[in-house]
Write a protein that binds this ligand. Structure first.
Ligand code: RNT
Ligand code: ZN
Length: 413
């Protein structure tokens, strides 16, 4: 009997069908973020530092310096991740000989990405970039008191929505266009209402042109604070939760954008009752929004469990948001994305029927005992079977591949 067959029988004993879980996992796309590959630098002619409290630290060899290098790294990474996934692009990753301003970018500046994605069978998601720019140096963009600066960023946002719509049309799958602005104050503002009213008005202008939901969908991302904006973030959770509900956009929940003891897993069902769709930025904050590569830890598992038990997978878009420049960037992508998948697989392998039964009958002892006993189940054998069927390596074979690729890119200047 193979390891898988024996594990399958063990799960069946609990009333869990591993084949159903494997099939379901195949069809869950993860939107991998391009910015782990180059430390959030992008390909604009002149690059500013990220700003807005986003910071990649480290100087590991192998940073992708050109779109071609980034695509090569992505090709490798996707080859090490079972299933078919998506790519989340930021506007600063344009690929063109021209030097358009943020308020001048167009779909054609991204066609090499669209062509590559089509050939690779990968769908694209998109983000306007409201940071790393002279007009964002005050950490104010859409909420800036200066109308000229607001208008500049509104135009950028509008163009990104058009670009996303064209990407969506080209790929036959809606492109999720996520808005995150760094706007906030280092020290206590006296008029939060004015700043929030400006952000609201700018967003309304940006979203004024209707877009086809089949082509693109708008998402808005909240944050608690960032370095340099400790006192107040204009686009806070309450701000965007209300905005998303009123305007019918997606809400993006980033795991690093709340107080460290707050739990995104708990927020999912609460938000999902008032929203059609949710976007996740799966990340790992350490003491602050540090964007560490995600581990297969309790936080990720709790979130995956909620997605499965709350039946939210059909209306949640899973995006990743981490960047570590102290380790192999391709390994970070591969291990992080696989960890997201592993957590989903484990969630789908739980004896939910039995756990629910215990909970509704207030038998919290059984819920506790089953949850803990189940931690010893052979999840690894199911994961290995999944990877083998999908033609991706595990264990030492995976490590060899990751090391081999890193050795190839280490010489980049
Ligand atoms: C910043 C937000 C945002 C960015 C990316 C690069 O705190 O999390 O999502 O990380 O847009
Ligand atoms: Zn994020």
């Amino acid at each position: 009997m193979s390891q898988y067959d024996s594990a399958r029988a063990q799960f069946a004993d609990w009333g869990v069908d591993t084949e159903t879980a494997i099939d379901a996992l195949k069809s869950i796309p993860i939107s991998m973020h391009c910015w782990q590959g180059d430390d959030v630098v992008g390909f604009e002619a002149s690059t500013g530092t990220s700003g807005g409290g986003i910071q990649a630290t480290g100087n590991h060899p192998g940073r992708a310096r050109t779109p071609d290098e980034l695509r090569a790294d992505l090709d490798f990474a996707y080859g090490m991740i079972p299933g078919t996934h998506r790519l989340n692009l930021h506007a600063i990753y344009l690929d063109t000989d021209e030097t358009p301003g943020r308020d001048e970018i167009e779909f054609r500046h991204f066609t090499p990405w669209v062509d590559w994605a089509r050939d690779a069978g990968i769908a694209l998601d998109f983000n306007p970039t409201f940071f790393a720019h002279a007009k964002a140096d005050d950490n104010l963009t859409l909420a800036h008191p200066d109308k000229g600066i607001r208008d500049f960023w509104i135009e950028h946002g509008r163009r990104c929505r058009d670009i996303a719509a064209q990407m969506g049309a080209a790929q036959g799958s809606p492109c999720i266009n996520n808005i995150w602005v760094p706007d906030g104050f280092k020290d206590t503002p006296v008029d939060r209402m004015a700043a929030r009213t400006r952000l609201e008005a700018s967003l309304n202008d940006m979203f004024a042109a209707p877009q086809d939901k089949v082509q693109m969908r708008d998402a808005v991302e909240s944050k608690l604070f960032g370095i340099g904006v400790e006192a107040c973030t204009v686009g806070s959770h309450e701000f965007y939760l209300g905005y998303a509900i009123r305007k019918g956009t997606l809400l993006c929940l980033d795991m690093g954008h709340f107080h460290p003891t707050e739990n995104i897993a708990d927020k999912l069902s609460a938000c999902a009752l008032s929203l059609d769709e949710i976007l996740l930025h799966v990340s790992r904050p350490m003491r602050w929004d540090s964007d560490h590569v995600i581990l297969l830890n309790d936080d990720i598992q709790a979130m995956a469990n909620e997605l499965v038990s709350g039946d939210l997978l059909g209306r949640t878009h899973i995006g990743l948001d981490f960047f570590d420049a102290t380790i192999s960037r391709t390994a970070a992508w591969v291990i992080g994305t696989r960890n997201m998948q592993k957590s989903l697989l484990r969630a789908m392998l739980l004896p939910l029927y039995r756990l629910r039964q215990a909970e509704t009958s207030l038998d919290h002892t059984t819920r506790f005992v089953v949850t803990e006993e189940f931690k010893d189940m052979p999840f690894g054998a199911i994961w290995e079977e999944f990877c083998t069927r999908m033609g991706t390596p595990v264990g030492q074979g995976l490590i060899r591949e990751l090391d081999g690729y890193q050795a190839k890119v280490a010489g980049r200047g």
